[in-house]
Design a protein. Structure first.
Length: 136
């Protein structure tokens, strides 16, 4: 009797140790995945921001040269473009809270997308097992 109990508790200890190690590994992998998603979202946002910056820069330069031609004044053309930039800056400043919330929501949705995918997969699996085919 003592040998069986000793063997049982040794196996139980091994199973608990294995479970703890696997759970820790799962937590680390989930953390890596979340960090990777945040970095991917950040990199995408940074790349998109750089492209938008250059598009606006060259559009404003083109507008400045166009206004120079129409107004026959280099100063006036680029002063109008500088005014447009100031308005753009003020627009960003006045909407900073909305922009901050948008960025936070994007990051949170990227972090939660994995859980949503798992929930959807679990739900569809459970729905498929609950449905029984009708016999004709």
């Amino acid at each position: 009797m003592g040998i069986d109990a000793e063997k049982f508790f040794r196996e139980l200890k091994d199973d608990i140790s294995t479970y703890a190690e696997l759970k820790l590994e799962l937590i680390k992998l989930n953390a890596y995945e979340r960090i990777g998603k945040v970095i991917a979202v950040f990199s995408y946002g940074l790349l998109l921001s750089a492209l938008i910056f250059f598009a606006i820069l060259f559009a404003m330069l083109a507008l400045g040269f166009l206004l120079n031609k129409w107004l026959d004044s280099t100063t006036a053309g680029f002063a109008i473009v500088a005014g447009l930039y100031v308005m753009l800056i003020l627009l960003v400043i006045f909407n900073r809270e909305r922009i901050r919330l948008l960025v936070i929501n994007i990051i949170i949705s990227a972090l939660n997308s994995n859980e949503q995918e798992k929930d959807a997969a679990t739900k569809s699996t459970s729905e498929n097992t609950e449905q029984t085919p009708l016999a004709h």
